[in-house]
Design a protein. Structure first.
Length: 303
């Protein structure tokens, strides 16, 4: 059974920066970057013997940053299959904007977490449905067979993202890249299914990290290719990556002008599915693309 989706207006993230939840220094450093969202991490970047301490630091950080008008604050919890996940949910007292859910097998995991959040929001006196969810939807072998399952699973679902590291480990692969340096076929499949699964569910498709944070040229190329493929934002692992990602996912003036003109042309011709502009015939896919570009622009100029 699926939940009835709530209506929630979400502006797409250009950049989401992972910050280890056990490092006061890195948490403080992240405040100066222009990421649209910080992901305070309780999972992979935190050693198990430091997770309890990290929960305290993350909760303190959330409580000290109640103004989220400049950027949202998310928390990556541990997988629901672990005991740590329930303890991680103690950070809900700091009202994170959302939770990143790793190592899901299907949309059922999102629905399950959503039900937990229903109870916890009521306990904490929070507005129902205020905490969103983005699953990392390609980290287990089973997940690749269920990426079309997310439509309607929860009104909290804000996006889908993917990763190539954990799935490679699960498959026993020695590397996730081919001799040419590009992702091998399994990971290209994961990326494509994440993109199409997100669009099918009506949520934001978010591209994975670029792991070499010193390779700015490689990051710029990867981010721009991601946007060309249809992704509307990208994860970051270092503050230095944020400006490059923001620039790649911020439409330029030419794109914005064209998109405004497309939308205005359709508005002047209500009821028509095809219109002409500058000698070109435009239909509904052109309008949807123009609307997506204008939505991306709401995040402002490159950081």
């Amino acid at each position: 059974m699926t939940e009835t989706a709530s209506i929630k207006v979400r502006i797409p993230f250009r950049s989401l920066l992972f910050v280890p939840g056990d490092s006061e220094r890195k948490l403080a450093k992240a405040e100066d970057c222009a990421a649209d969202a910080l992901i305070l991490d309780l999972e992979d970047s935190v050693a198990p013997n430091r997770t309890s301490m990290a929960r305290g630091l993350v909760l303190d950080y959330l409580n000290a940053h109640v103004d989220r008008s400049r950027r949202q604050l998310w928390v990556r919890i541990n997988p629901l299959s672990t005991a740590a996940a329930l303890l991680d949910l103690s950070v809900l007292a700091g009202r994170p904007d959302g939770l990143i859910l790793p190592k899901v097998d299907s949309a059922h995991d999102v629905t399950r977490l959503s039900h937990m959040l229903d109870a916890l929001e009521a306990r904490e006196g929070l507005a129902a449905g205020c905490v969103d969810i983005i699953p990392v939807a390609t980290e287990t072998p089973a997940a690749l067979f269920t990426l079309g399952s997310y439509a309607g699973c929860s009104g909290r679902l804000a996006g889908l993202t993917w990763g190539a590291e954990d799935i490679a480990a699960a498959l026993g692969a020695s590397t996730n890249r081919g001799p040419d340096g590009e992702y091998d076929v399994v990971y290209q499949l994961a990326r494509a299914l994440c993109l199409t699964g997100a669009v099918a569910a009506g949520v934001q498709p978010i591209d994975t990290i670029w792991s070499n944070f010193t390779d700015t040229a490689g990051l710029e190329r990867d981010a721009r290719l991601g946007r060309q493929r249809g992704f509307t934002g990208k994860m970051a692992i270092h503050p230095a990556q944020v400006a490059v990602i923001n620039a790649a996912f911020t439409p330029n003036d030419e794109e914005l002008e064209w998109s405004r003109r497309v939308v205005e042309t359709f508005e002047r011709n209500p009821g028509l599915g095809t219109v002409g502009l500058d000698g070109k015939m435009l239909d509904m896919p052109h309008l949807k693309q123009a609307q997506r570009i204008l939505a991306l622009a709401h995040r402002g100029a490159p950081g």
